[in-house]
Design a protein around this ligand. Structure first.
Ligand code: NCD
Ligand code: ZN
Length: 355
């Protein structure tokens, strides 16, 4: 068994569901899951109810995070069909702008090229733009970002076509970064018969060849991000299956298992899960913050043992070889390997105006 000390991990793509989806997750439960997974800072997506599309909603969400969060949280602003001329005002207090070009859970979507052009042109260069742009729309989104000299971060790259599009853009010198999820690195559509609705996610689980392409081009991938998107088991087994999977507590165990198998180095894991996220999103350093983990002993993932309110995982029963044994945030032990010790309200909300 090897005992490791890692920096506090950063997840640049989570859905903590407040406000409006508290039965799935909230700041207190989602950040408990983060700390148990070795994450000390998470960036929270804007597809809440209501979506985070104006200053009032962003401030209301920051206040909720202020009282609930146990780790540090940055909050995304969301691009909508009617805020292309105003959302830029949120750049000071949001962690980044999220533009959904493809449809997914929630109403946020910018599906017209003129509007997308305006959003990309207007967003201040001080904070990143993140896009959900799958498959054949990705080249067009990259072209618009290039036209406006805007750096672009592409969320959850899942297919060979997408990663090869990004590789080509990087080789042309475009300022583009991207993330992959552990579920797209580990699962494929071959797992769908077994997973049923629990495997329904956007982007969809892809082919084994797509998954192989993500590993092949790992050198071009900037971050691993979970896209932690909890829904209740009742919702996942209901008539209208919402897409999305929880991932905060399985990400590091799965990635450490890949290290154990020799699929990537530990240095590369740290780059993907801490250093590059901090650099791309310009996040403030966290003093005296680290994670202890062990690699070697194998155990099975169990959904009911997780901190996430949804209480399930698509990796149920999967054997992993990595475990978080301690998380320390600003000198305090916030997870001891069994229990989350940080109280709600002890996390910091990034870019929040003093009140
Ligand atoms: C996400 C959700 O449930 O909020 N679902 C998903 O399948 N990934 C939305 C998203 O990020 O696309
Ligand atoms: Zn997402």
């Amino acid at each position: 068994m090897t005992t490791l000390k890692l920096p506090g991990l950063i997840d640049v793509h989570v859905h903590l569901r407040e406000p409006g989806g508290e039965h799935k997750e909230d700041y207190a439960s989602g950040t408990a899951a983060a700390l148990a997974g070795g994450f000390t800072c998470v960036l929270d997506m804007p597809n809440t109810t209501p979506p985070t599309t104006d200053a009032e909603r962003l401030q209301a969400k920051q206040a909720l995070a202020r009282s609930g969060a146990r780790c540090d949280v940055g909050i995304f602003a969301g691009a909508s069909t009617d805020n292309a001329n105003s959302v830029g005002q949120l750049a000071g207090s949001a962690c980044a702008l999220k533009i959904y070009v493809n449809s997914t859970f929630g109403p946020l979507r910018v599906d017209n090229w003129t509007l997308l052009d305006q959003h990309i042109a207007n967003w201040p260069a001080t904070k990143p733009i993140v896009t959900h742009a799958e498959g054949d729309v990705l080249p067009r989104v990259l072209e618009i970002a290039h036209k406006h000299s805007q750096p672009l971060h592409v969320a959850h790259v899942a297919t060979r076509l997408e990663i090869e599009t990004i590789v080509a853009a990087k080789e042309r010198g475009q300022q583009v970064t991207c993330e992959v999820t552990p579920h797209h690195l580990v699962l494929s559509r071959d797992d769908l018969p077994r997973l049923g609705p629990l495997g329904d996610v956007r982007p969809r689980l892809a082919s084994a060849d797509d998954r192989a392409a993500l590993w092949h081009y790992l050198a071009y991938i900037d971050c691993v991000a979970t896209d932690h998107a909890p829904h209740t088991l009742d919702e996942k087994h209901g008539p209208q299956v919402p897409p999305g999977l929880p991932g905060l507590e399985t990400s590091l165990p799965l990635m450490l298992t890949a290290v154990d198998q020799g699929r990537l180095t530990l240095d590369r894991l740290i780059e993907l899960m801490a250093t590059a996220p901090a650099r791309i999103f310009g996040l403030p350093p966290q003093a005296e913050t680290f994670v202890e983990a062990e690699v070697g002993p194998r155990y099975q993932v169990t959904g009911t043992k997780l901190q996430t309110k949804c209480g399930w995982t698509p990796f149920e029963g999967v054997e992993v070889a990595g475990r978080v044994t301690k998380t320390v945030l600003r000198g305090a032990t916030v997870f001891d390997g069994e229990r989350v010790l940080a109280l709600p309200g002890t996390g910091q909300v990034l870019y929040m105006a003093a009140s």
